[in-house]
Design a protein around this ligand. Structure first.
Ligand code: PBG
Length: 324
């Protein structure tokens, strides 16, 4: 049976029909807002390539997180920019480090806001790699201990969930074991499972001054051409105890989001990364696109692809629209 009996346009003729048959709707419940925390006092330092975002010193966080909470966004994820870096990223697992202190501040300013911490040492190392370096090599196994220590200090500071983004093999199991042994068996792990070696992270690395000083991240992050491999990565992380798995970046990787969602019955997060955000902002600044419409279309489509949660620098702006 087909035309003229079937007319697909019947259910598109006005907004109420469209609302009734819409398969995907975005909610503030789906959003996670990334926050950059830096040293110093009174700092709210706009990030050049990411208009609308900033690095905040700890004393400036309380206002920001109250605004986020009041917009109904359920969670933030924290990235730290330490005052001093070294070759093993000691500042990353200092119990009194930047993120550790920020977590305490946020939990006292907005206790119900879920605080997720990014677990990775690249922002804390002088070489900018996500693991311990020997010569030109990024070592896997010695890094696991540092990541576990880092996650533990976050949990001890009051973090609600930890999110390893380093792509070392075995890190979910290592972190799970440490947290369980130290009395944090209730802290979930959101694993950056299918994280690609992507040029879309450019503006973020500028924001954190975390570009690798030699080589690139291709020996640990995934090759953009691969899809079956993402399924293996996700399966391993689930086996190791991940509670939520993540695909990153989002927009150019929606096929991966969909495959993962179809294959596994586990909450899926997608990271709408810095470069994806910057492209929209830049085109909007030039007057080439309608920023608000593009933003909502992108976020809705990431959800349609299968993401339950979206980490996005658009979270506050999208929440304002969704709350209208
Ligand atoms: C690593 C990390 C990165 C991002 C999140 N965690 C950068 C990288 O892997 O180089 C990128 C996020 C973004 O681009 O928005 N700590």
């Amino acid at each position: 049976m087909g035309f003229p009996i079937i007319r697909m346009r019947r259910l598109r003729q006005n907004e109420n029909f469209r609302r009734m048959v819409r398969e995907t709707s975005l909610s503030v419940d789906n959003l996670i807002y990334p926050l950059f925390v830096t040293f110093g006092k009174g700092v709210k330092d706009e990030i050049n390539a990411m208009p609308g975002t900033a690095r905040f010193s700890i004393d400036m966080l309380s206002r920001e997180v109250k605004e986020i909470r009041n917009l109904g966004v359920p969670a933030v994820i924290l990235f730290g920019i330490p005052e001093e870096k070294d070759d093993v990223g000691s500042a990353a697992y200092n119990p009194d480090g930047i993120v550790q202190r920020a977590v305490k501040e946020i939990k006292s300013a907005a206790p119900d806001l879920i605080v997720i911490t990014d677990v990775c040492i690249d922002e804390y190392t002088t070489h900018g790699h996500c693991g311990v370096v020997r010569g030109n090599e990024v070592l896997n196994d010695p890094t696991l201990e540092l990541l576990s220590k880092m996650a533990l200090t976050h949990a001890r500071s009051g973090a609600d969930m930890v999110a390893p983004s380093d792509m070392m093999d075995g890190r979910v199991a290592a972190i799970r074991k440490t947290l369980d042994e130290k009395g944090f068996s209730d802290i979930p792990i959101m694993a950056y499972s299918a994280k690609y070696a992507s040029a879309f992270y450019g503006p973020f690395r500028e924001a954190c001054d975390s570009s690798p000083k030699f080589g690139d991240r291709k020996s640990y992050q995934m090759d953009p051409g691969n899809s079956d491999e993402a399924i293996r990565e996700v399966a391993l992380d689930i086996e190791e105890g991940a509670d939520i798995i993540m695909v990153k970046p989002a927009m150019a990787y929606l096929d991966i989001v969909r495959r993962v969602k179809d294959e596994f019955k586990i909450p899926v997060a997608a990271y709408n990364v810095s470069g994806e955000y910057s492209m929209v902002k830049a085109a909007a600044e030039k007057g080439w696109i309608d920023e608000e419409k593009i933003m909502m279309e992108i976020l809705t489509n990431i959800k349609r692809a299968g993401a339950d949660m979206i980490l996005t620098y658009f979270a506050k702006e999208a929440a304002k629209i969704l709350n209208k």
